[in-house]
Design a protein around this ligand. Structure first.
Ligand code: NDP
Length: 328
C-alpha cells in the first residue's frame, strides 16, 4: 500500500480546507473496483466543494471530484476486469464517497459505465457530469415527445458546461436552439456550437409574468430561479422544460399558470442517482450525437494543481464550456 496525489478536503474550525496532498491508499473506502484515474473534470458542484462555499462535502477527510474516467486496476466485481476503460459520475463521489481528484479511486462496480469505443478518457470527461446531465435532459424531452417540428428550444446558462453540451446536441438533432447567456461576448462560440439565436439572459431575469408571449416548445434550464420562471411563462402550449440546475438560485418564483393554462410540463433531471441503464443509454447517445470536433471547442485542460483556483472561477460564472482535469 502506498500513497497517491489527491485533492483532500478537511474540516476546519470554520468551514473546510482543500489542498493537493498525498493520500494514503489504506484510507480508500469500500468498493469492489479500484481504478487508475486518468481524467476528471470541473463541475459547478466541484467548485462548491473545493471552495467550501456550500456544504456539499458530508464526510471527512474527503477527496473532491464528482466524476472520472480511467482504467480498472483491480476488480472483484463480475462485470469488470483489470484493463477495462470505465466512466464513473455521481453516486455521491466527492460528497459522501472519496472522489475523483486523485490518482486512484475505489468504487462499486455497479456504478461504472464502459467508456464508449469511440471516446477517449479525456473526451468522456470533456462531457463529464455536465454533459451527461445535458443528455439526460434531452432524453427526457424526447420521452415526453418533443421533436424539432414542435418549434424552437431554449437553453439557459448556454455558455456553461451543461448549456454548451445541450446546445451542441440539440442543434445536431435538428432543433432551432435559442441560447440564453449573460456573456454576449460568447455569441460566436455559441453559434459555433450550433445555436441559431443567442439572447441576453437579461430578457429572462426580471420577475416572471404568470404567462408571457410563447417563444419555445421546449428547453433545458441549468439556471433555476427567476430564469426558469420566465422560461416557463414563455413556453408554448403543451411544451416541456427540463430543469437540471440552480446556477442562479434554488428558488422558483413562478405560478401554476403555465401548467394549468398551457399544459406546460416541468421535467426534473438528476444525474447523481440516475439508474445505470439510463446512464448507458445517455453515454451511447453522447458518443453518437455530439460531433467530436465540438468537444475540442468547448474544452480547456488543467492539472490537479489548478483545480482549487478554477473552482472559484466556475462559481463566478467565468468558465466557458468544460474544464477537464488531467490526473495521470
Ligand atoms: P457552469 O458554471 O459551467 O454553467 C452555469 C452557467 O449558468 C454559467 O456559465 C452562466 O452561463 C449561467 N449562470 C451563472 N450564474 C448565473 C446567474 N446568477 N444568473 C443567470 N445565469 C447564471 O456549471 P455547470 O454547467 O457545470 O452546471 C450548471 C448547473 O447545473 C449548476 O447549478 C449545477 O449544480 C447543475 N447541475 C445539476 C446536475 C443534476 O444532476 N441535476 C448535474 C450537473 C450540474 P452564461 O454565462 O451563459 O449566462
Amino acid at each position: 500500500m502506498g500513497t497517491f496525489r489527491a485533492i483532500r478536503i478537511d474540516k476546519a474550525e470554520k468551514g473546510t480546507t482543500a489542498a493537493l496532498t498525498q493520500f494514503d491508499e489504506a484510507e480508500l473506502m469500500e468498493g469492489d473496483v479500484t481504478v487508475r484515474v486518468e481524467y476528471s473534470a470541473l463541475n459547478y458542484k466541484d467548485g462548491l466543494a473545493v471552495t467550501g462555499k456550500a456544504p456539499v462535502v458530508r464526510r471527512f477527510p474527503m477527496i473532491a471530484g464528482i466524476d472520472f474516467a480511467g482504467t480498472v486496476e483491480q476488480s472483484s466485481h463480475p462485470a469488470w476486469k483489470a484493463g477495462d476503460k470505465v466512466i464513473c459520475t455521481g453516486w455521491g463521489m466527492g460528497e459522501t464517497h472519496l472522489g475523483a481528484y486523485a490518482e486512484k479511486a475505489r468504487v462499486k462496480g455497479d456504478w461504472l459505465v464502459s467508456l464508449p469505443g469511440t471516446m477517449s478518457a479525456r473526451d468522456a470527461m470533456a462531457i463529464g457530469t455536465a454533459g451527461l446531465t445535458a443528455m439526460l435532459s434531452v432524453l427526457t424531452l424526447e420521452k415526453y415527445g418533443l421533436t424539432p417540428k414542435d418549434g424552437p428550444v431554449v437553453v439557459t446558462g448556454a455558455a456553461g458546461g451543461v448549456g454548451s453540451v445541450a446546445t451542441a446536441v440539440l442543434s445536431k438533432l435538428g432543433y432551432h436552439v435559442i441560447a440564453s447567456t449573460g456573456r454576449m461576448t460568447e455569441a460566436d462560440y455559441l453559434k459555433g456550437l450550433g445555436a441559431a439565436e443567442v439572447i441576453d439572459r437579461a430578457e429572462l431575469s426580471g420577475p416572471a409574468k404568470p404567462l408571457a408571449k410563447e417563444r419555445w416548445a421546449g428547453g433545458v434550464d441549468s439556471v433555476g430561479s427567476t430564469t426558469l420562471a420566465n422560461v416557463l411563462s414563455m413556453t408554448k402550449y403543451r411544451g416541456a422544460i427540463a430543469a437540471c440546475g440552480l446556477a442562479a438560485g434554488m428558488d422558483l418564483p413562478s405560478s401554476v399558470a403555465p401548467f394549468i393554462l398551457r399544459g406546460v410540463c416541468l421535467l426534473g433531471i438528476d444525474s447523481v442517482m440516475c439508474p445505470i441503464e439510463l446512464r448507458k443509454t445517455a453515454w451511447n447517445r453522447l458518443a453518437s450525437d455530439l460531433v467530436p470536433g465540438k468537444l475540442t471547442e468547448i474544452t480547456h485542460e488543467i492539472g490537479l494543481d489548478e483545480v482549487i483556483s478554477a473552482g472559484s472561477k466556475i462559481l463566478a460564472g467565468q468558465v466557458r464550456g468544460r474544464i477537464v482535469v488531467k490526473i495521470l
